[in-house]
Design a protein around this ligand. Structure first.
Ligand SMILES: CC(C)(COP(=O)(O)OP(=O)(O)OC[C@H]1O[C@@H](n2cnc3c(N)ncnc32)[C@H](O)[C@@H]1OP(=O)(O)O)[C@@H](O)C(=O)NCCC(=O)NCCS
Length: 216
């Protein structure tokens, strides 16, 4: 069975996350930037790891990261063969007043179009809800249709534009906004998203786990 485990970034995953950042964004944040996020009480930095193996409760006791993004390994307590673990997605929010600012959302290029982006966005909005934040907001390149389409699916709307915001291309940023995170119906919305994400992964014979669902 293949598992996709969604969890907060750990210090052991720092090198792998910098490599994933390089692949997704051409280095948006440095190692020090990610370390600061780990320490910030106002940040939720989530990752998705893919691994194959036995039940999730026997893994993660001893996780050792070795350089390359796709090469981390973990030994089970029974001494079974090392598990291949790959960091394949990353998402981050900053809590500022009542707002969740989504600062990073990226999926490994080989894993796009399989539902990982929406799993990350769902999890970030759930974190925002748990923090009792009212709205979520972010900036997206005017040309980035895949990301815009993903955000629309989760109820984001365009509320403005920052002219020539991206220095590399001079492109505009669209400002997107998602309200209603504390509306009475939002927990049901989260639950519906969770079900449809799980169904999609089951269809491709993978199981989606959030950290708080993993035993032990
Ligand atoms: C944007 C990104 C995170 C989407 O991740 P993903 O795992 O490919 O997305 P998913 O497979 O979960 O797709 C979810 C929805 O996004 C939209 N989407 C994803 N890829 C798309 C594409 N190539 N074209 C159009 N819409 C697309 C669709 O609405 C899709 O829903 P559907 O599968 O029901 O059609 C990913 O493309 C990425 O990492 N891009 C580079 C970094 C980036 O641009 N991040 C956003 C910065 S604001």
């Amino acid at each position: 069975m293949t598992f996709l485990q969604l969890q907060p970034l750990t210090a052991e995953q720092l090198l792998a996350v910098v490599e994933l950042d390089q692949l997704c964004f051409g280095q948006l944040w440095t190692l020090d930037g990610y370390k600061r996020e780990l320490e910030s009480p106002n940040s939720d930095l989530l990752v998705i790891e893919e691994f194959s193996g036995k039940e999730p409760e026997v893994i993660g006791q001893s996780t050792q990261y070795v350089g390359e993004n796709a090469a981390p390994t973990a030994l089970s307590p029974e001494g079974d063969p090392p598990l291949e673990r790959s960091l394949v997605g990353i998402g981050c929010l900053w809590a500022i007043l009542e707002e969740a600012h989504i600062t990073i959302l990226g999926v490994h290029p080989n894993y796009r179009g399989q539902g990982l982006g929406q799993a990350l966005l769902y999890a970030l909005l759930k974190k925002a809800w748990k923090r009792r934040l009212e709205w979520a907001t972010l900036e997206v390149r005017a040309s980035n249709r895949p990301a815009q389409s993903l955000y629309e699916k989760f109820g984001f709307q365009e509320v403005g534009r920052r002219r020539r915001y991206y220095k590399d291309t001079g492109e505009d940023a669209l400002i997107l906004w998602r309200s209603g995170l504390q509306a009475p119906e939002f927990p049901q919305t989260l639950s519906d998203w969770h079900s449809s994400i799980g169904d999609r992964f089951r269809y491709s014979h993978r199981q989606f786990l959030e950290a708080d669902e993993v035993k032990g």
